[in-house]
Design a protein around this ligand. Structure first.
Ligand code: F0G
Length: 359
């Protein structure tokens, strides 16, 4: 059957009916890539997979939730949607609003949204307001506006977002033929960890003998780790701007996912995030954005901590939530390597590549 997006594929698990207008860009169905080189590199005995959510139409997992949220908004006649965003939600909301022929308002924090994400929101003709505040301020304002005016909020406090996003857990179960032992993922506003846990529980309920429940391993950036610290962070800071959030809306359900699954929610430093970001790109050819790499940084941290008995991991999935092209500045200028400048002649070029060629 031709793939027509996750609403068509998982209809029976989603709150839609025959009259729901399906607004889709054929999101979902993303690759689960076995990461052999990476496993060897970190020296762990087990199967590691990367679920590359950067392959969604707008380059992040947000499209899974947005196809649901926008379809349901259109179903009830909404003409305008709104979101607060560190970038990816706004890119996705703007695209799906364009597809639906409705308007989109975006509130972004000042100065910290990656260039690719901003370019998407602008191209899809969203009304983009950069507020003098952070993501948490933006979300409070978006909630207030949607309460007072006929505007639909499409942040992950919208339950349809969670329903759409849980389908990624279904895909993982289907690809592996079972649930993984561990799932590693970034945690920002905490909607996605809530969604995955819901998805795994759905499959476990439907076929308990086939699908067990994984341990949920969530990672915040150390400068923006309210759940780990146990209190909200007034001025969250991290290079992983997508998860620069001090007061997650789905805090409670993230804690539930951790406790019910016997997992952990911990933090990783910006240095650990950038290291993981580079290793994934260099060992597997997968370019994810810095926030996504916090899942991998978490796995590396727990391997180093000796968390896995006899270094045996079983099957682990790291969620790579967004595409690296979203944030080219971090890749090229700030933290990885700058291109070498050489004169346009053979001698200088040979000098420049001497480390990678053998004569
Ligand atoms: N990874 C990426 C690439 C994200 O953009 C986000 C969140 C997360 C992880 C964390 O997911 O919030 O469900 O815990 N981005 C939101 C946004 C906040 O506005 O784009 P979460």
């Amino acid at each position: 059957m031709v793939y027509k997006g996750l609403i068509e594929k998982y209809r029976k698990f989603l709150p839609v009916n025959d009259t729901t207008p399906v607004i889709s860009l054929y999101e979902g169905n993303t690759p689960l890539i076995k990461a052999k080189n990476f496993s060897l590199k970190i020296g762990i005995n087990g199967e590691i997979y990367f679920k590359f959510e950067g392959m969604n139409p707008t380059g992040s997992f947000k499209d899974r939730g947005m196809t649901m949220a926008v379809s349901k908004a259109v179903e009830v006649g909404s003409k305008v949607i709104i979101c607060a965003s560190t970038g990816n939600t706004s890119a996705s909301a703007a695209a799906y609003a364009a597809r639906a022929g409705i308007k989109c308002v975006v509130l972004i924090p000042d100065g910290k949204v990656a260039l690719g994400k901003l370019s998407q929101a602008v191209m899809h003709r969203a009304e983009v307001l950069e507020i003098s505040g952070n993501f948490d301020d933006a979300l409070n304002l978006a909630k207030e506006l949607s309460g007072k005016y006929p505007i639909t909020l499409v942040n992950s406090v919208n339950p349809y977002r969670i329903d759409g996003q849980k389908t990624a857990a279904y895909e993982i179960c289907e690809s592996l033929g079972e649930a993984p032992d561990y799932q590693f993922m970034p945690v920002g506003n905490a909607g996605n960890i809530t969604a995955y846990w819901k998805g795994y529980k759905d499959y476990n309920k439907a076929e308990p003998s086939k699908y067990a429940l994984p341990k949920m391993m969530g990672f915040q950036a150390s400068g923006a780790a309210p759940i780990v610290e146990g209190h909200s962070i007034v001025k969250p800071e991290t290079i992983a701007t997508a998860i620069r959030i001090g007061n997650p809306a789905s805090w409670k359900t993230a804690i539930e996912a951790r406790s019910e699954s016997n997992g952990v929610i911990d933090k990783v430093t910006d240095g650990e995030i950038l290291e993981a970001y580079r290793i994934v790109a260099a060992t597997e050819g997968i370019f994810c954005e810095p926030a996504s790499a916090s899942s991998v940084a978490g796995l590396i941290k727990y391997v180093k901590l000796g968390y896995f008995k006899n270094n045996k991991l079983g099957k682990a999935v790291c969620i790579l939530t967004g595409h690296g092209l979203k944030d080219p500045d971090t890749a090229v200028y700030d933290n990885v390597v700058k291109p070498k400048k050489v004169k346009a002649n053979m001698k200088d070029i040979i000098k420049g590549i001497i480390d990678v060629i053998e004569f």
